[in-house]
Design a protein around this ligand. Structure first.
Ligand SMILES: *[C@@H]1O[C@H](CO)[C@@H](O)[C@H](O)[C@H]1NC(C)=O
Ligand SMILES: *[C@@H]1O[C@H](CO)[C@@H](O)[C@H](O)[C@H]1NC(C)=O
Ligand SMILES: *[C@@H]1O[C@H](CO)[C@@H](O)[C@H](O)[C@H]1NC(C)=O
Length: 476
């Protein structure tokens, strides 16, 4: 085998040399040298051809890898037409790929497989068991380029690709730098698409994950699973689906820290993204998974008390965001369509460090508030640094934590002015600071004072009747 490789390499070098020679100007006229070279090459090619014809041709099944790091599943007998079950064949390819001795280590004891690839050869494979790596502690590998479909007897709690520990390895992290790329994963309403447990730096890129009934992608523990440029939907639809009411499942569940979902479309599922770990970032996500009116949620932040999530540049299409007791949450530069709104849900009444700024909302004119509170469990009482401001709305009611109110004198003298800001302010009965101005008409020079802010109703009074315009600026 080694000799053959050296010969192939040598003959390639000679061909390359001959090619370069024929085009190099100083060699143009050196005819004899050129002829010599061509003759040498001829001899070499013949000897190589001989060697090839006499040596047994390598069987693709016994040596599917050849000299490269690419493992073709079709070489292992997997059926790319999707008729026969290919579980065993693909698992053999996976097993060979990860048993490579590797090239040093990545994080701690994770073997660096040097970029081996399990190539699905553009086929559609039926599998009846999850594709699980036979050993943990491997990294730098890719599975790519084809479709996996769960068969009728696929376990309903399984995942088509399962990056979990096959044995009790006791490793701090199971896998590192595994890339799942250019894959269509069809869970056939039996289980989920991809599971990533306690892994580092996993890339899920350009995947189309459908027909899951649990989770499209489930991430637990570990760090830095980056889900990019992908499409997830339980049902294959382009919106306005007659079965939308019964959509179930969760497209992406991040039960770990430091992950990112970037440029992803979620086109059907009861919940688009469920976050139960901190420091995750969501950017460029389009959720039209299930309308809020039908009970769906675009992004559910179930991390009461420590949220630490950024949601930016995203598109909420008839389905919104729910955040339980948000602590450090940033939502900006996003577009909410179809009466979609943000719901802050009180668990223990905490909302601290929340920025909801610079978003656009568009609705049907029913007066739906852009940000709403769910205080059924308890009232929000522990509120600090919550800023809801600079959002704009069409056909919806803007809510904010900062509001300006005015009251103009209507040709009448008065001693008391009440400005009710409940329509504009997010939190009921909460005024932290008030600035007000009283502009008196004529020669009047009254004494005046801020008298009351209870229930978000700002009351200014003067000692004598006066024709005055009042402006108040309130911060919650
Ligand atoms: C499918 O399985 C049948 C029966 O084992 C076999 O004859 C056939 O060659 C297989 N087809 C493919 C494409 O592997
Ligand atoms: C109060 O506001 C009205 C409307 O802007 C204006 O016409 C009027 O002059 C103002 N009055 C005073 C006293 O500034
Ligand atoms: C402020 O207004 C509320 C509601 O109208 C009232 O119950 C309360 O007594 C007022 N407080 C003062 C200091 O006037």
């Amino acid at each position: 085998m080694t000799t053959l490789r050296v010969l192939v390499l040598l003959s390639c070098m000679i061909i390359a040399n001959a090619y370069r020679d024929s085009f190099s100007p100083e060699k143009q006229f050196s005819g004899s040298h050129y002829v010599q070279q061509v003759q040498k090459m001829q001899v070499f090619k013949e000897s190589f051809a001989q060697l090839q014809s006499t040596s047994p041709s390598p069987s693709p099944v016994s040596d599917p890898k050849g000299s490269s790091g690419v493992y073709h599943v079709t070489s292992y007998g997997a059926d790319p037409t999707g008729k026969n079950d290919s579980t065993d064949q693909i698992l053999r390819a996976v097993s060979d790929a990860v048993r490579d001795p590797g090239n040093g280590n990545l994080y701690k004891d994770i073997v660096n497989l040097g970029g081996v690839r399990i190539d699905l050869d553009g086929g559609n494979y039926k599998i009846s068991r999850p594709l699980r790596l036979p050993v943990a502690g491997r990294g730098n590998l890719m599975i790519h380029g084809g479709t996996l479909t769960a068969s009728e007897n696929f376990p309903s709690d399984g995942y088509l690709i399962d990056l979990s520990d096959p044995s009790s390895s006791g490793l701090e992290y199971y896998y590192e730098y595994v890339t799942l790329k250019d894959l269509m994963l069809d869970s056939n309403f039996r289980g989920g698409g991809i599971q990533v447990i306690k892994s580092l730096r996993t890339g899920i890129d350009n995947c189309y994950i459908t027909h899951f009934n649990s989770f499209g992608i489930f991430v637990q523990g570990g760090h830095e699973t980056y889900i990019r440029n992908s499409f997830l939907g339980q049902h294959i639809t382009a919106g306005g689906d007659p079965g939308e009411r019964s959509f179930s499942g969760t497209a992406i569940s991040l039960n770990g820290n430091d992950n990112a979902v970037t440029d992803v479309v979620i086109f059907s599922a009861a919940t688009g993204i469920l976050l139960t770990g901190q420091a995750n970032t969501i950017s460029g996500v389009h959720c039209y998974n299930k309308a809020t009116g039908f009970g769906g949620t675009g992004i559910y932040l179930k991390l009461p008390g420590l949220t630490q999530t950024r949601i930016i540049n995203s598109y909420f299409d008839y389905t919104g965001i729910v955040a339980e007791d948000p602590v450090q949450l940033h939502i900006s530069s996003s577009f909410f369509l179809g009466d979609a709104y943000i719901l802050l849900k009180s668990i223990n009444g905490i909302a601290r460090g929340v920025n909801i700024v610079d978003n656009m909302f568009s609705g049907s004119g029913k007066g739906e508030d852009i940000v709403q509170l769910d205080e059924r469990n308890s009232k929000f009482t522990n509120i600090d640094q919550v800023i809801v401001d600079r959002n704009n709305a069409r056909g919806m009611n803007v809510k904010a934590t900062v509001a300006i109110g005015t009251k103009n004198a209507n040709d009448a003298d008065d001693t008391s002015w009440t400005i009710d800001l409940n329509q504009a302010l997010l939190f009921p009965d909460r005024v932290k600071t008030v600035h007000y101005s009283l502009i008196a008409g004529g020669d009047a020079f009254p004494n005046h004072a801020l008298r009351n802010v209870t229930d978000n109703r700002i009351v200014v009074q003067s000692n004598v009747p006066v024709r005055a315009n009042i402006t108040v600026i309130v911060d919650q």
